[in-house]
Design a protein around this ligand. Sequence first.
Ligand SMILES: Nc1ncnc2c1ncn2[C@@H]1O[C@H](COP(=O)(O)OP(=O)(O)O)[C@@H](O)[C@H]1O
Ligand SMILES: [Mg+2]
Length: 282
Amino acid sequence: MNPVMAPQKTRPAGTVATAPRAARAPRREVDDRTAREAGRDTVVSARGVVKRYGTGDAAVAALRGADVDLRRGEFTAIMGPSGSGKSTLMHILAGLDSPTEGSVTIDGVEIGRLKDRELTKLRRDKVGFIFQSFNLLPTLTAQENIVLPLTIAGRKVDQRWLADLVETVGLADRLTHKPSELSGGQQQRVAVARALVGRPAVLFADEPTGNLDSKTGDEVLGLLRRSADELGQTTIMVTHDAHAASVADRVLFLKDGEIVQDRSRMTRGEIYDVMKSLEVQR
Ligand SMILES: Nc1ncnc2c1ncn2[C@@H]1O[C@H](COP(=O)(O)OP(=O)(O)O)[C@@H](O)[C@H]1O
Ligand SMILES: [Mg+2]
């Protein structure tokens, strides 16, 4: 087994930021219901999340009251027709966007209560992102891109972890290359390593295989699957590809801004059938 995927004794419990506060002021019964429900096994939780864009006649409800708990170590896929609210939900769960109504808790912290700076820090310390378009900096080498989140945060690079990650994603001989000198699959593997380098409590991926051919896409999916299995990496992936979603432990289906099905591991055929029925109902 690759060393990076060996079970970590020192998993980032992710309690660093909240522990001192909890020690000073015990949680109040009523106000912290969401935080309490988001107990040990829940990393991200949403309650009554509504997102509206615009006002009056032009208002669009992208989300209409989503409730969801994302459990530690679980690999969840978010599926749904185009425009059903997948990206909106993911951005809100990741603290990139704020809901019009409702609350979101990440690793025990209700993010609506945070100031901008605190939220930025929480995202930086607890959340990893992978985007469809890789989002690498063109002037930096692969290695510089991978460690960028730590560089920005002024955090030390754990050289062993970095070496393990690089080996796992198969980039050992590409570290000095710029993104333009790498294939799409290699660029996305850089992005996966960058997302994991800070050992995030939760990893979000928005259509991570959307720009890749099926073979390279499978490599990236395999990488995400192994990081969930062997590192216990909590992962949330938005996709409209039934094959990609069949790699996940759990599939949430959105339609018109609502979670209409919440299912455990499904085959590609089962996912395809649900998607077809959701498209037909439109
Ligand atoms: N910034 C925005 N302004 C106005 N409407 C938006 C905005 N972002 C998303 N929407 C609308 O919200 C709905 C959900 O969008 P989105 O979350 O991107 O769906 P999906 O990712 O499932 O395709 C769509 O109707 C979309 O047009
Ligand atoms: Mg989208």
